[in-house]
Design a binder for this molecule. Structure first.
Ligand code: NAD
Length: 546
């Protein structure tokens, strides 16, 4: 058991969610810490507490009610919260992250009870250091920050986007054991262009249009510099920024500090892992695949760039690798004759006549995989899926847009239209589908397979950078955990129930690379695997008195 000095007593101890054990305070602790009378008499084990609490979660009428109920537990007892989440991860993940977290952000003002994390606002320009100084813990190792402009596929949710950093950091702890005290969620509130939200009575952010241009850039520069001063060992993860700012921030900071963008690099890694697994089913190695993306934003280009990195690591030229990745955005196929292409799309512009419809692109390119990262539901239509099935025995269909309502097609549509031959994965979870007597288990290309393990590896090695090589290694490691039984069910990702084992394996690989590339600042342990295990938080109550 972890031994912690009791820094608080009595009601103050019960009101500190990180130290509180609730009814699990023992007789000795109740006597020593002035708790007598402040709790019901029966001393319960953590297991008994869970058995009391879990039916309460399950009986809530909607996922959003369940979310709010769980947040309430976190506000009172962090250890019990993580015990529950870790012991029931598959059940709790869709509540604490996609798809429910999207709704939680939309309803943030209504369900808000107690503040968590830091809000840095446009009004804090010039005093961001003071804001960060107010955070009570010094040893912060993982920050997730959003400016709320592009929350999942839901658009601009302003300060309500705070639900995303909170949810992601919950997964860092639950999936990889990053200690809760080392995690800090931050929302940068620069206003919102969502006028409906801004004018709603329950909105708690700045009621002003989004700050843009030089003032925005200056605020973000001040923020990133202040973060590095206040928390010198931190890894800063950017999350759900608008497309332009996401690429600009990543380009600006990736070679100057320990930072990454999960929408770009984490998504890329989990998708690449799915392609490696699918290759085991189809027999076509990724270097021989043609990929067609619907959507050329953060997720799409991020995946393309990492696929190119992986293909070149496997021996083909960069030009060849680029020629295997095709993109379609809202203006049509990304081709050389277009004059409107943002700089990150240009390496994928092919010498090809313009194509306006996705179906026509599928018919022309005959891709082995279609990858939906457009946020446009229903765009993998029946004719598109049928064309994929005509061109390939086992077409790969990845409908990655979140939440569920935004997916390019449903699992049922993918299996039914391809006569059960599709290798299907989605961003948000879909239930297994039985088609003509055979049950198919859809894979969930959930970034949570990747980012917690990457973060843990970076923390253990105290790496000064997060590199694309690490994300490619994470993809290979994730793919290596997929069993032949998984593949036989059509599942290209391991069961979520194995996520801590997966995160551990990824952390070891990431830390190993940090040491090999000279990026690690922590002394190298003799046994990296054991060091990673030892760094993983366990939701066990401390003993305050015996
Ligand atoms: P983004 O705004 O950066 O990019 C969206 C892209 O889609 C743009 O290139 C846009 O031109 C294109 N697009 C929009 N409408 C289109 C249409 N009708 N036809 C073709 N292209 C169209 O957003 P993003 O960060 O890249 O995220 C896109 C989607 O991917 C979101 O729904 C997000 O939830 C999802 N996503 C999933 C995962 C995952 O499953 N692991 C991870 C990250 C993002």
């Amino acid at each position: 058991m972890t031994e912690l000095p009791a820094v608080k007593r009595g009601a103050a101890l019960l009101n500190d969610p990180e130290l509180n054990k609730g009814t699990a305070f023992t007789e000795a602790e109740r006597s020593a810490l002035g708790l007598r009378g402040l709790l019901p008499p029966r001393v319960m084990t953590q297991h008994e507490q869970l058995e009391r609490f879990l039916p309460g979660v399950r009986s809530r009428p909607t996922p959003l009610d369940q979310y709010a109920y769980l947040v309430g537990l976190h506000d009172r007892n962090v250890t019990l919260f993580y015990r529950l989440v870790m012991d029931h991860l598959e059940e709790m993940m869709p509540i604490l992250y996609t798809p429910t977290v999207g709704q939680a952000c939309q309803e943030f003002g209504r369900i808000f009870r107690r503040s968590r994390g830091l809000f840095v606002t446009a009004d804090d320009a010039g005093r961001v250091r003071e804001v960060l100084a107010n955070w009570p813990h010094d040893d912060v190792r993982m920050i997730v920050v959003t400016d709320g402009e592009r929350i999942l596929g839901l658009g601009d949710l302003g300060a309500n986007g705070m639900g995303i950093p909170i949810g992601k950091l919950t997964l860092y702890t639950a999936c990889a054991g990053v200690p809760p005290r080392q995690c800090l969620p931050i929302a940068i509130d620069v206003g919102t262009d969502n006028t409906h939200l801004r004018e709603s009575a329950s909105y708690m952010g700045l009621r002003q249009p989004r700050l843009r241009g030089a003032a925005y850039d200056a605020l973000l520069d001040e923020f990133v510099e202040a973060v590095q001063e206040r928390f010198p060992q931190v890894c800063l993860q950017f999350e759900d920024f608008g497309n332009h700012n996401a690429f600009t921030l990543l380009d600006k900071w990736r070679d100057r500090m320990c930072t990454f963008n999960d929408d770009i690099q984490g998504t890329a890694s989990v998708t690449l892992a799915g392609l490696y697994s699918a290759a085991r089913i189809t027999g076509t190695p990724i270097t021989d695949m043609r990929l067609l993306f619907l959507g050329a934003g953060e997720a799409g280009i991020g995946i393309g760039d990492l696929v190119v990195e992986a293909m070149t690591e496997e021996g083909i030229s960069s030009a060849d690798a680029h020629s295997r990745c095709w993109f379609m955005d809202s203006k049509g196929l990304v081709v050389k004759s277009r004059t409107d292409l943002a700089v990150h799309k240009q390496p994928y512009a092919h010498d090809h006549p313009p194509v306006a419809s996705f179906l026509e692109a599928v018919e022309t390119i005959k891709p082995h995989a279609i990858i939906g990262v457009s946020g446009m539901p229903g765009t993998f239509t029946a004719p598109v899926l049928a064309a994929m099935a005509r061109h390939h025995a086992r077409p790969i269909v990845m409908a990655l847009s979140n939440p569920t309502s935004k997916a390019e097609c449903t699992a049922r549509e993918a299996y039914a239209t391809t006569d059960g031959r599709a290798i299907f994965a989605s961003g948000s979870p879909f239930a297994p589908v039985t088609h003509k007597g055979r049950t198919h288990v859809p894979g969930q290309g959930n970034n949570a397979y990747i980012f917690p393990g990457v973060g843990l590896g970076v923390i253990v090695a105290d790496s000064s950078r997060v590199t694309d090589e690490m994300f490619a290694a994470a993809a290979r490691t994730l793919a290596s955990t997929v069993t032949d039984d998984d593949l036989a069910m059509g599942r290209i990702y391991p069961s979520l129930s194995r996520i801590r084992e997966v995160s551990h394996a990824i952390a070891v690989e990431v830390a190993r690379l940090a040491y090999e590339r000279g990026l690690a600042r922590a002394p190298r342990p003799d046994d990296l695997s054991a060091a990673v295990s030892a760094a993983m938080y366990q939701p066990v109550y401390p003993v305050y008195a015996e």
